[in-house]
Design a protein. Structure first.
Lengths: 375, 525, 289
């Protein structure tokens, strides 16, 4: 009996195809790390600009930005693909993380702003004489980074606690997440809130004392973002493979049954919800120095809905899919807005429709099915 | 200086009228301001009937001077200022320039003359103008005007004008009398005046202060009714708009379970249909322009219903039972629709005018005018609601819709073509969205983004009201409208909106099924 | 209400009164009870007293009173709409009754606990429609149902011990799914899914099993095997089986076991199967007037 069972052992390790999959993932991770840490820096910093292999600063910035989006898409996969919670307000956490970093960067401008004042320009413009209370720690990088993680996390915790405890789910939940981000956007549009109003933060000069617009700083940010993405991916895989991950999937498919099995879904949903919020916040914090601006439109419901479509296009419940989806959709966006700006929204709208109607498992799902058929 | 021209006007009334001469005209029209003003007063003293139109022309910048003569321009033709005969404008004739001070003097002169005009409206306007420049020297003028005034309403206004002057008098007894008299007013301007007098350091006499306070209370209680009613009305107006917007959604979501994120765009289509009908009327039936709205209502319903039917047949029917997917797909549709409208009609707002019978408003209290277009929308919303309720409850289509949504398989077994009923139901919801768009075009801007500003609100109404019951939608829409306006008065528009959203989110946690909910075993979301 | 029932009830109330010296109800009591053990000293596993549940005026349960002895296998039959599933909903915490009391053993008041707490103290439920976790394998389904620490942190770092592996193996044997251990649950046949769900129930190591139409859709052979399984569980576990399949009920109630007939939310008749089947009222209700 015992020898029987130990042969069964861990179910995943049994199948040959699964161990092949694991090897594939490991290879993929290695390639990704190589590209991020070695290839791209080489192509951008050492290869001369007139060479065909040169990777322009613009391209580096674009890929860096998309990697931030990919982190959000990964977070969305964890809550939607694996736990069945569709959030249409995760852009809020992304934006809050961005604003957290933005506050620090605004202070880093120091006396080099338009008004040559210790206070950020927009405060001088509003005739404020001192920093408001919520800027109290904005001088310190560490403190501000802690806020980047804690504030969105806390907000997510409070919102999620009340929502999940009242057993709000499905579409109702999605709609109120939309309301949440919409309300926050309205709040941040006001000048009195102290976040730069509808202009937000921009014109950054330095980060940690180092000038921000130089190729080397950009590359450092790029590499850090890439490493965070890889790290998040590895973490997500570990989560999904654990019993916790299976409980999440069980909650997605049959929540009341899970309850009758003795689990409290609220604790599970809340933990993954807060984790995904923090992931988005970190992504936002990495996004802002690379893009150079943050304003309340990042909190619009439309921005949050786009995160969902990246996950859906790539393939929900696959972890790799959302990353692919983020790259595909945002790559298309960059191309369209340059080549055929009129058609971008037709493409995006059409993508929403096509994916829900014809590609419920996304690109990665389609790929896998084709592979199965070929085998 | 005021004394001077007032005295002059009195002289004017008592004295005989004399003609305005060229010299006098030129003295008023040209030269240094101080001299011009003096000349103006002198001219007033002579009391010429031609002075009033001349001053009028000066105010309208229609006067030109040459070294010898003064001309008034009318319709491009020059006329002699004194004789009124047509004349040739010489080379080198200069425009008369009036700075602000000059204008004030001219205005005052006009008002003083107009107090005795034969036209009632002119007299009312004159009183209003003089209200801003209360001075004790005006009292004899006012007294005379009161004596000559036949209209009771204007007489009351003159009384108030007198009191306004007297409230600043040097004599405390006069001030006291004035303070008491003003307590009978229901004008907010009077309240401001009284409050100013009561402000620190202005009024020294204790008795007068007490009288002022009493009068302020009296005026405020009269004003309060106007304010409360006004608030209620704007709340109901907003609520009626929300109702129209949410009604269509209540059908598609409440009855069919379809989350339609393109609902706002269906509204936008209705608004654009209204605009097209308006332009068509303007181009082909300009005489009947005011009736365009009657054609626009069915047009907007049909346009949106048609688009809705197409959407249902091509996209939505494949997603029944999958609300999250429907949500995403309809969001995509909304993007496509918005971009299509932008490509067809441009990204800017388009102009939609109210028909003339909907412009203006009815004055219900001194500080409250209810606009006709908003009243019309409240009535319209009520009619649409009634029509819809009747349709659902009394017609065969309504019966089929209810049957299909409650138990699809049984309905199919009894021979109902469920696919067609779905299309009709969705088209109905879409059509009502079109009607909402038509209504919105009358009170707001029409542009491709029209739907976006209402989508969150409309979903909030449906979520709050509860699914499956029209009554819930009605109560929620009206309630949210009134609540929003109440909070707005207190905290400003943005904070009010945020508070309403937070309130709904909190309410939903306590009562996830909404205000009026379907109860039963299958209450699992 | 039979005299035994009343006695059991008052005994339970005595114990309850003793436990809470203040005589009042405190939240802390409810919480500690979730980890407490049910007390079967008085021989009663489950005790429902005067349960009434109404939905919008319609009485799904109407002053229902029922008692299940410890180790008993009770069959509950009745026409559709009699309130059988609602009764199970009340016991497992899915629905709160408007009136009445529910006790597990003589000491645990089920009305104070949440669904997952009720599951943790040893009441397992099998639904009418097999609800297994379709994308997971049979093994993973059973693993999730393990009676282990169900908190988040524990689940994150959970590793199956040898004892737990053995237990899963045991249950796999019992439900005849050993060979299908790594098949995706969604691909199982209907009958196999039913067994898997029963298996998941067993993994929880429940003291009371509530089985709602466990053999619906099964073949004759599967039905027989299921009956064997239940009979083997009787004694160490208490079972309440709701069924329509009279052959299955006959199989189960061999050896003088009690059958309860529900009708319109309350108990219509109770006793041996043969007696109940001969009962005039029961015949009327089942066959109509």
């Amino acid at each position: 009996m015992k020898s029987d069972m130990s042969k069964l052992g861990h179910p995943l390790s049994n199948s040959l195809s699964l161990s092949r999959e694991r090897a594939g993932v490991r290879a993929g991770l290695a390639i990704a790390l190589l590209c991020i840490c070695v290839v791209v820096p080489l192509l951008n910093l050492t290869v001369p600009p007139d060479s065909a292999f040169h990777m322009s600063d613009y391209a580096v910035g674009l890929v860096g930005k998309i990697m931030c989006y990919a982190i959000c898409a990964l977070a969305m996969d964890l809550i939607w693909g694996y736990t069945g919670i569709l959030s249409l307000g995760h852009g809020l956490f992304f934006a809050l993380g961005g604003y957290g970093m933005g506050m620090y960067l605004m202070r880093q401008i120091g006396l080099d702003g338009n008004y040559r004042s210790e206070l950020p320009d927009f405060m001088v413009f509003l005739n404020w004489k001192a920093l408001p209370w919520h800027w109290a720690w904005s001088e310190s990088f560490i403190a501000q980074m802690l806020l980047v993680v804690l504030v969105p996390g806390l907000i997510a915790f409070v919102f999620g606690y009340f929502a999940f405890r009242s057993r709000i789910k499905g579409v109702y939940f999605s709609i109120i997440t939309q309301a949440m981000t919409f309300a926050a956007m309205l709040l941040f549009f006001r000048n009195e809130t102290g976040f730069g109003g509808n202009n937000g933060f921009t014109d950054f000069k330095r980060i940690a004392g180092i000038p921000i617009a130089t190729p080397s700083t950009r590359m450092v940010l790029f590499v850090v973002t890439g490493l965070v993405l890889v790290g998040c991916f590895v973490m997500a895989r570990a989560i999904v493979a654990s019993k916790y991950g299976r409980v999440l999937q069980a909650i997605r498919d049959a929540e009341s049954r899970v309850r009758f099995s003795g689990y409290d879904p609220v604790a599970y949903k809340l933990s993954i919800w807060v984790l995904s919020a923090v992931m988005c916040a970190v992504a936002g914090a990495l996004y802002v120095p690379q893009v150079g601006i943050i304003n309340p439109s990042e909190m619009s419901p439309a921005a949050s809905i786009e995160i969902a479509i990246w996950a859906a296009v790539g393939g929900r419940g696959t972890l790799v899919g959302p990353i692919v989806g983020a790259f595909f959709v945002n790559g298309a966006k960059s191309w369209f807005t340059v080549a055929f700006p009129e058609f971008w929204l037709y493409f995006l709208g059409g993508l929403f429709i096509a994916v829900t109607l014809f590609l419920p498992h996304g690109i990665v799902g389609l790929f896998r099915r084709l592979k199965e058929r070929a085998a | 200086m005021l004394v001077r021209w007032v005295g002059v006007v009195l002289l004017l009334l008592c004295g005989a009228a004399q003609a305005l001469t060229q010299d006098e005209a030129r003295a008023v029209a040209a030269g240094e301001n101080d001299e011009r003003i003096a000349a103006l007063h002198k001219a007033l003293a002579t009391g010429d009937a031609a002075l009033a139109p001349f001053v009028q022309a000066l105010l309208a910048d229609e006067v030109k001077v040459s070294p010898e003569r003064v001309f008034v321009m009318r319709g491009g033709q020059a006329f002699d200022a004194v004789t009124g005969a047509a004349a040739l404008l010489p080379e080198g004739a200069e425009d008369v320039v009036n700075n602000n001070r000059m204008r004030r003097e001219l205005d005052a002169a006009m008002a003083a003359v107009r107090l005795f005009s034969a036209d009632r409206n002119e007299r009312a306007a004159a009183i209003a103008l003089l209200r801003d420049r209360a001075d004790e020297a005006m009292l004899p003028l006012i007294a005379k005007a009161k004596a000559a005034e036949g209209d009771a309403d204007l007489k009351a206004q003159l009384d108030r004008l007198e009191a306004t002057v007297l409230i600043a008098s040097d004599d405390p007894a006069r001030r006291l009398a004035a303070a008491r008299a003003l307590g009978a007013s229901d004008q907010s301007a009077v309240r401001s005046l009284l409050l100013d007098r009561l402000a620190a350091g202005v009024e020294s006499d204790a008795q007068v202060r007490a009288a002022l306070r009493a009068s302020i209370d009296a005026v405020e209680s009269r004003l309060a009714w106007g304010e409360r009613l006004g608030l209620l009305f704007t709340g109901v107006s907003l609520g009626s708009i929300l109702l129209l917007v949410a009604l269509g959604l209540a059908i598609t979501y409440g009855l069919m379970g379809v989350i339609n994120m393109a609902h706002g765009e269906l509204m936008m289509i209705g608004a654009y249909a209204t605009w097209l009908v308006q332009d068509a009327f303007r181009a082909w039936f300009p005489g009947a322009f005011d009736a365009y709205i009657l054609a626009a209502i069915p047009a907007s319903f049909l346009a949106s219903a048609l688009v809705g039917a197409v959407l249902e047949r091509t996209v939505i029917r494949w997603l029944y039972g999958r609300p999250l997917e429907t949500l995403l797909a309809t969001w995509g549709i909304s993007l496509v629709l918005m971009q299509a409208v932008r490509s067809l009609f441009g990204a800017q707002n388009v102009q939609v005018e109210n028909p003339s019978w909907m412009s203006g408003g009815v004055a219900v209290a001194s500080n409250l005018t209810l606009p006709y277009n908003r009243i019309a929308i409240v009535v319209f919303a009520a009619l649409v609601l009634a029509a819809m309720a009747l349709l659902i409850a009394k017609t065969r289509l309504g019966l089929f819709v209810r049957g299909v949504t409650q138990n699809r398989r049984m309905a199919a077994c009894t021979g109902v073509d469920t696919a067609r009923v779905d299309t009709y139901a969705f088209a109905l919801g879409a059509g009502i969205a079109g009607l909402a768009g038509c209504a919105l075009s009358q009170v707001g801007n029409v542009g491709p983004d029209l739907g976006q500003s209402y989508i969150v609100d409309s979903f909030m109404v449906v979520v709050l009201g509860g699914v499956g019951q029209l009554a819930g939608t009605v109560v929620a829409a009206l309630g949210l409208g009134v609540l929003n306006k109440l909070l707005e008065g207190w905290a400003g528009a943005v904070l009010a909106k945020i508070m309403v959203l937070v309130f709904i989110v909190v309410f939903i946690q306590k009562r996830p099924q909404g205000l009026f909910a379907m109860k039963g075993r299958s209450a699992e979301a | 209400m039979t005299p035994e029932l009343m006695e059991a009830g008052s005994a339970a109330r005595e114990v309850l009164a003793q436990r809470t010296a203040s005589g009042g109800r405190s939240a802390a009591f409810g919480r500690s009870v979730a980890r407490a053990e049910p007390d079967f000293v008085h021989g009663v596993a489950l005790y429902l007293d005067d349960i009434t549940v109404s939905f919008d005026g319609f009485k799904a349960l109407n002053a229902l009173s029922l008692a299940i002895d410890a180790g008993e296998l009770r069959c509950i039959i009745g026409p559709n709409g009699a309130g059988k599933t609602t009764m199970m909903d009340v016991i497992t915490g899915k629905t709160r009754p408007d009136e009445g009391e529910v006790f597990f053993g003589s000491n645990i008041n089920l009305l104070r606990l949440a669904e997952n707490q009720i599951a943790q103290i040893g009441i397992g439920r099998k639904f009418q429609k097999p609800t297994v976790y379709e994308p997971l394998t049979v093994f993973q389904n059973l693993e999730l149902a393990l009676a282990a620490d169900r908190r988040v942190r524990a689940s994150l770092f959970a590793r199956l011990s040898a004892a737990q592996l053995d237990r899963i193996g045991e249950v796999l044997e019992r439900i005849h799914l050993k060979s299908e251990a790594h098949r995706t649950a969604g691909l199982l046949s209907h009958g196999q899914k039913q067994w898997l769900e029963i298996g998941m129930l067993l993994m929880q190591d429940p003291k009371l099993l509530l089985l709602d139409e466990p053999v619906a859709g099964m073949t004759d052979e599967e039905t027989e095997r299921t009956a064997e399984l239940f009979l083997s569980l009787e004694g160490e576990h208490s079972l309440v089986v709701v069924e329509h399949d009279m052959k299955f009920v006959e199989l189960l109630t061999e050896g003088h076991k009690k059958v309860t007939v529900l009708h319109e939310g309350s108990v219509l008749a109770e006793g041996q199967l043969a007696d109940v089947q001969a009962n005039e009222k029961v015949v009327e209700v089942y066959l109509g007037r």
